[in-house]
Design a protein around this ligand. Structure first.
Ligand code: MRU
Length: 340
């Protein structure tokens, strides 16, 4: 199968991202409950991938239940499995929109979304690659990325990592610096695995080394994905992204977000309105199953943070290069007000 998730003979199938890089295992999810559990435990993760899992979850429910009320109730639970990535509710809603035409139509919609997601990623990645090349004179490029935004996080190809693949395919990547991405190590476990799969040179670093790498002149551009983007361009993404944006601004390094239009939530004006998922303390208090903190310690474990638009050089989608440059706008208004 070319996609990282999909449908096979009456069940939802997906790569189990929890066991990578040690094992490439496929899950066969036969109930909506199992799909929800796969999403909440991050067996399936990444905003576009959970949107697709939500859509296939609705298709599964429609396949199993003749009563539309049951399917609608399942859809509601699927949409709430994780709160931050807007793609999940979007995917569920889109599949549910075909319910009146019967279960095969719901499945056809979910399957179409897979193909669309790959095409969307390839278009956005090509656009983002062009932007990167126009913003930095350095060749070949040293790119820093965070979390996993590759084929595992999408139907195929990926967003920020898809951009890196695009550039690498043209011989334009010297090295990718991969943040390990505490606490669940999506960078170490998944991004490093994908880069090795493609033969793209990379080095793994702890998240707290990213600012040092920038200060040492080892980074030409930062490329990340997104889970939700507000109307003004504030970006929710994996915890640690905001710190990267602050450091990138300090070192005048372009900070570029690559995401599908389905990640843009125009119902939210400001980043402070985004619901940020908080996850279990155990993710922080143990490492690889071994406790590393005193028992019972209080924990702050947000899965995401919000980077204000002012720190984002550009958001690139399949349709546009969007530069929500509120910083420059603010400076212009201050200059005008001062009559300078
Ligand atoms: O908690 P996760 O692993 O689902 O978080 C994923 C991210 O933050 C990704 O950067 C984002 O979903 C974009 S994936 C193309």
């Amino acid at each position: 199968m070319t996609y990282t998730l999909g449908w096979d003979d009456g069940v939802v199938v997906a790569i189990d991202q929890r066991v990578l890089p040690h094992e490439l295992r496929w899950l066969r999810l036969a109930t909506v409950e199992e799909v929800i559990e796969a999403i909440t435990t991050l067996a399936v993760r990444g905003a576009p991938a959970i949107g697709l899992a939500g859509a296939f979850g609705v298709a599964l429910s429609a396949h199993l239940h003749a009563d539309p009320a049951v399917v609608r109730a399942d859809a509601e639970r699927l949409a709430k499995a994780r709160p931050t990535a807007v793609n999940l509710a979007w995917g569920v809603r889109r599949a549910l929109g075909r319910l009146d035409q019967g279960a095969p139509a719901v499945l056809a919609e979910a399957s179409m979304m897979l193909a669309e997601d790959e095409a969307t990623n390839r278009t956005a990645a090509r656009l983002a690659a062009g932007l990167v090349l126009s913003l930095t004179p350095d060749r070949p490029l040293r790119v820093l990325t965070h979390c996993n935004t590759g084929r595992l996080a999408t139907a195929a190809w990926g967003t920020a990592l898809g951009t890196i693949s695009d550039l690498a395919g043209r011989g334009l990547i010297e090295e990718v610096l991969v943040d390990e991405t505490r606490p669940l190590l999506q960078g170490a476990r998944l991004t490093a695995w994908e880069l090795a799969e493609q033969g793209i040179p990379h080095r793994l670093l702890v998240d707290s080394a990213a600012a040092a790498a920038m200060s040492l002149g080892q980074v030409d551009v930062v490329l990340v994905g997104a889970d939700r983007i507000t109307a003004r361009g504030d970006v929710a993404n994996k915890i640690g992204t905001y710190g990267l944006a602050v450091s990138a601004a300090r070192h005048r390094i372009p900070f570029i977000v690559v995401a599908p239009e389905s990640t843009v939530d125009n119902t939210l004006a400001h980043g402070s309105e985004i619901v940020v998922e908080e996850r279990a303390a155990a993710e922080v208090t143990s490492f690889g199953g071994t406790p590393v903190a005193p028992a019972g310690v209080a924990v702050f474990n947000p899965a995401f943070d919000v980077t204000p638009a002012e720190l984002v050089s550009a958001v690139v989608t399949e349709r546009r290069v969007w530069r929500p440059n509120h910083g420059a706008e603010l400076a212009r208004r201050i200059t005008e007000a001062l009559g300078e």
